[in-house]
Ligand binder design. Structure first.
Ligand code: SF4
Ligand code: SF4
Length: 151
């Protein structure tokens, strides 16, 4: 009898409508308003790579040790360097990072002994070509993206 009355009075339909109506309350809306409002990503999120600069002298922190390139399972980092004849130290000349092949595992970041390479929380990495996914040293140091997003 109960089932019969539920069917006659369309109880299931009204229950469903009530669920829909309840979800219209502003406090229940979960749609991200991106790009108008940037979403907050998880603390441990690994996104766009960055090569850190020493804030005191403006020089790169990278010592061109190549450990990040060796740690990368995808072999997508290429570190260019030359030896300074006076100091006998290796100095960074070029640095390329192909984000199109990167799986953002963070092994390169972990391998860096001087915290020069960092995977930031920046997630806007889209570009119109595969070549555009390759970050060079200037892009990595200055936070330039392949196709800057206009907010
Ligand atoms: S995050 Fe992983 S795949 Fe990407 S460059 Fe670093 S080590 Fe390679
Ligand atoms: S591991 Fe760090 S210091 Fe060594 S080459 Fe990579 S970014 Fe530079």
């Amino acid at each position: 009898m109960r089932d019969f009355l539920r069917k006659v009075f369309l109880a299931d339909l009204f229950e469903g409508l009530w669920v829909t109506l309840r979800a219209q309350h502003p406090k229940n809306i979960v749609t991200e308003q991106y790009p108008a409002a940037r979403p907050k990503v998880a603390e441990r999120y690994r996104g766009a790579p960055r090569l850190n600069i020493n804030p005191e002298n403006g020089e790169t922190l990278c010592i061109a040790c190549d450990l990040c390139a060796l740690a990368c399972p995808e072999n997508l980092i290429v570190v260019g360097w030359e030896r300074n004849p006076e100091t006998k130290r290796k100095e960074l000349t070029t640095f390329t990072y192909d984000t199109s092949r990167c799986m953002f595992c963070g092994l390169c970041e972990d391998a860096c002994p001087v915290d020069a390479l960092e995977l930031t929380q920046d997630f806007e990495l889209a570009s119109y070509s595969r070549e555009g996914q390759i970050f060079d040293r200037q892009m990595l140091e200055e936070g330039i993206h392949p196709t800057p997003y206009k907010h």
